[in-house]
Design a protein around this ligand. Structure first.
Ligand SMILES: [Mg+2]
Length: 261
């Protein structure tokens, strides 16, 4: 009962993550709150470790840079509850990180510390990558039919591997032939999709790209890829025109391959 039939010319699935394999709320409701809630404990526990020292060093350099550029920064108030220099230093880092996150900044310093905190959280089972129930069975079926499956997400390849390596359904990294992030180019630029096809070693027409975002769908289409738009709870709604133009599915199980039941 497939609603979209994939022609025999297609040999590769290219999958977006947020809004496609994974609820769009995962980053906002799970990953970011985790940082806010555990930042102070994480810094206390890892303060003496080289990696943490480097993270803090990078944040300090960023703060210095911000001061030079006269950017508004976190206001340091006198905190009566901290006594040691270490506590004070940790509190300063916490304030800085929370301020950067509230301002939705994307500095390397911030991303690096967040990445290390998430890695520790996934490693210890405190966070598990969310994947819609229909995703794994469908990918397994595609693979049995000889299809290749790749991920393309604006989250770093490292973050993608954590999400799927420590998912609610266990380690899923075996399901994928490779990962792409914005190092190959932005997701709304058609050049990125041409490069991906080149890197995979196939024609753009052999790829089926699944995404929830129309800008990405357009860019992929321009590059010659096949596109199916994935409708999931919380995703942006399509206009009538978009609905008429794109094939849409609300579950991966609706994507059938030619010759399959
Ligand atoms: Mg998406």
């Amino acid at each position: 009962m497939a609603t979209v039939t994939v022609s025999g010319n297609i040999s590769v699935f290219l999958l977006d993550i947020e809004g496609t394999t994974t609820p769009i709320t995962f980053v906002k409701d799970i990953l970011f709150p985790y940082i806010k809630e555990h930042l102070e404990d994480y810094l206390s526990d890892h303060w003496e470790e080289d990696e943490c020292k480097q993270d803090v060093h990078l944040l300090k350099k960023q703060t210095e840079e911000d001061h030079r550029q006269n950017r508004a920064c976190a206001v340091h108030t006198v905190d009566q509850t901290v006594h040691t220099d270490e506590e004070k230093a940790i509190r300063e880092v916490v304030e800085n990180v929370l301020w950067q996150m509230a301002a939705d900044r994307k500095t390397t310093a911030l991303k690096q510390l967040q990445g290390h905190m998430w890695r520790a959280a996934y490693n210890t089972g405190k966070i598990k990558g969310e994947v819609y129930q229909d995703v794994v069975p469908a990918i397994r079926a595609w693979r049995r039919q000889g299809m290749k499956v790749y991920i393309y997400s604006s989250g770093s390849v490292e973050a993608q591997k954590l999400l799927f390596g420590y998912s609610v359904e266990g380690d899923l990294l075996d399901l994928f032939d490779g990962h792409f992030d914005t190092n190959i180019g932005a997701k709304a630029e058609s050049k990125s999709y041409e490069r991906i096809a080149e890197r995979i070693g196939c024609a753009p027409e052999e790829i089926m790209f699944l995404t929830d975002v129309i800008r990405e769908a357009k860019a992929a289409e321009e590059a010659g890829l096949n596109v199916t738009v994935v409708l999931r709870p919380g995703n942006m709604e399509l206009t009538e025109e978009e609905t008429a133009h794109y094939s849409t599915i609300s579950s991966f199980s609706q994507l059938g391959l030619t010759g399959s039941a």
